[in-house]
Ligand binder design. Structure first.
Ligand code: SF4
Ligand code: SF4
Length: 206
């Protein structure tokens, strides 16, 4: 029915599920985020900038974002780990320091404007303010280190399989409370949901 050839050749990985609805991002949450960001920028700038090691540098694959096939695993999961980002989006002094170094923007208000320009109109309810049903709205280089570096057990397993078996295909099972809630066949960029009725959107790593 899905037109998947040799489904048995797709190694299986399991990722967590924490379904959430999307809704208009309330102004109150935007304001909390802007206030948090402003304080963080003031503190970071007065303490001196240290952007640290750039996690997007591909010389540091352990801390950089996952490669394409692995990132589709997050796409099937739909960003469960981003739900914890809430109004702070995991942003910290290192992320702000790197932003200042890369952009040359060093005024707290300007930094806040640069970030809040990416706040979506519609976001995942009660999750990270930048999380939408299409993934993260922040460019990778503006995200916190943990956003690019974090891997749940399922994503680590997927990366191991891709590396060790040189595979570009995976069968991704999404599980909550020891029950399978949905699944998808992933091949290169392509995600084929099983069952077909489930729509799939990008996760945080996309
Ligand atoms: S790392 Fe990827 S697969 Fe794992 S919970 Fe986060 S978004 Fe889902
Ligand atoms: S990756 Fe994006 S949506 Fe996810 S926690 Fe980080 S900033 Fe928020």
């Amino acid at each position: 029915m899905l037109g998947v050839r040799r489904p048995e050749s797709y190694p299986m990985v399991v990722v967590p599920d924490d379904p959430a609805d999307v809704d208009r991002l309330p102004d109150s949450r935007k304001q909390v985020h802007a206030a948090f960001l402003y304080d963080l920028c003031v503190k970071t700038l007065s303490a001196g900038i240290d952007g640290g090691e750039d996690p997007l540098d591909m010389n540091f694959p352990e801390t950089g974002p996952p490669a394409v096939v692995a990132s589709r695993v997050c796409g099937v999961c739909q960003g469960t780990c981003c739900h914890l980002g809430k109004a702070r989006a995991f942003l910290d002094a290192a992320a702000i320091g790197r932003f200042v170094t890369r952009s040359g923007i060093a005024d707290p208000l300007d930094i806040v404007h640069a970030y809040t320009a990416y706040l979506p109109q519609i976001s995942v309810k009660d999750a990270c303010v930048y999380q939408t049903d299409q993934g993260c709205t922040l460019p990778r280089w503006m995200r916190a280190d943990i956003c690019n570096a974090y891997r749940c057990q399922g994503l680590k397993q997927a990366e191991r399989m891709i590396r060790d078996h040189e595979t570009s295909r995976l069968y991704v099972v999404v599980r909550k409370d020891n029950r399978i809630t949905r699944a998808a066949f992933v091949q290169y960029h392509r995600i084929r949901n099983y069952p077909l009725t489930i729509s799939c959107t990008a996760g945080k790593k996309c």
